[in-house]
Design a protein around this ligand. Structure first.
Ligand SMILES: Nc1ncnc2c1ncn2[C@@H]1O[C@H](COP(=O)(O)OP(=O)(O)OP(=O)(O)O)[C@@H](O)[C@H]1O
Ligand SMILES: [Mg+2]
Length: 256
């Protein structure tokens, strides 16, 4: 649980895992992120929350170096975002994933080692990919075509892909969407075990405010601008959430 990690966080390096400085992103006329700044300490578990269209996925892409801001910058472990892809694992938001792509779960995991689809999987790669699938409880999916995976199974394959290089920073964009309660519980359990083993930093976009409050060391409330950043007890106050979400439907998370 989050509180178990607090003393570990205070002992880790002063260089933040993720440094976001005055980031502004525009797509055409629309300003999607405006002057967003925060530092995420190494070893922390961050939950990024905010309504649809708030810029959460865009922020993750800025951290990955996939979106270049018009203003400001992001740095990972003190280096420009995008410079060290091998230190970062990424689980993309799967809303738009093309399931007809002719590949197996194992090949998907291998793309986490090579950053491209393999024409032929080398034995050493297959071994690492199988081990990663096994760690996420999905060993039996290895030879299954992607078209024949359920939503939750696909999420697991993506998680294996994100963890296959044992990254120092894991970025997950709504990884629990479409999975059942037990699978979601497994996901948090797995991430917390991975963090305990490796000291990695985790940043996760989620719509589940109760899970954010329970599992995260830090919560970032976003709606184009930063509406709050800090520990869950401080940031998940009624005013912060109402300012970001613009309505009052989140009392259930506050009462936990
Ligand atoms: N490549 C792009 N080109 C143009 N507009 C974009 C692009 N990517 C995102 N947007 C727009 O930027 C805004 C923020 O999108 P983003 O995907 O970051 O939101 P989000 O907070 O992740 O939303 P959701 O909760 O629905 O996933 C949206 O209005 C979206 O339409
Ligand atoms: Mg998104």
């Amino acid at each position: 649980m989050a509180s178990d990690r607090h003393h570990r966080l205070s002992a880790v390096s002063a260089v933040p895992a993720l440094h976001v400085h005055q980031v502004t992103v525009r797509f055409g006329d629309a300003t999607v992120l405006e002057d967003v700044s925060f530092d995420l300490p190494a070893g922390a578990f961050l939950a990024i929350v905010g309504p649809n269209g708030a810029g959460k996925s865009t922020l993750v892409k800025v951290a990955l170096g996939l979106v270049v801001p018009q203003r400001g910058h992001a740095a990972l472990f003190g280096e420009p975002a995008g410079d060290h892809a091998e230190r970062v694992g990424y689980v993309p938001q799967l809303k738009t994933f093309d399931r007809t792509f002719p590949a197996t779960a194992l090949e998907l995991v291998v793309t986490g080692l090579r950053r491209s689809w393999p024409a032929r999987v080398r034995p050493a790669e297959a071994e690492r990919a199988r081990a990663a699938l096994e760690r996420v409880g999905a060993a039996e999916l290895a030879t299954r075509p992607l078209a024949r995976l359920s939503g939750g199974e696909l999420q697991r394959a993506y998680l294996a892909r994100a963890l296959v290089r044992r990254p120092e920073l894991v970025l997950l964009d709504e990884p629990a969407t479409g999975v059942d309660f037990l699978a979601e519980h497994d996901l948090y359990d797995l991430l917390e075990r991975y963090q305990a083993d490796s000291g990695a930093t985790v940043a996760m976009v989620t719509h589940d405010l109760a899970a954010a409050r329970y599992h995260a060391d830090m919560v970032l409330v976003l709606n184009r601008r930063l509406h709050g950043y800090g520990t869950p007890d401080v940031v998940m106050c009624e005013e912060c959430l109402q300012a970001a979400f613009g309505h009052k439907h989140h009392g259930h998370a506050l009462s936990l």
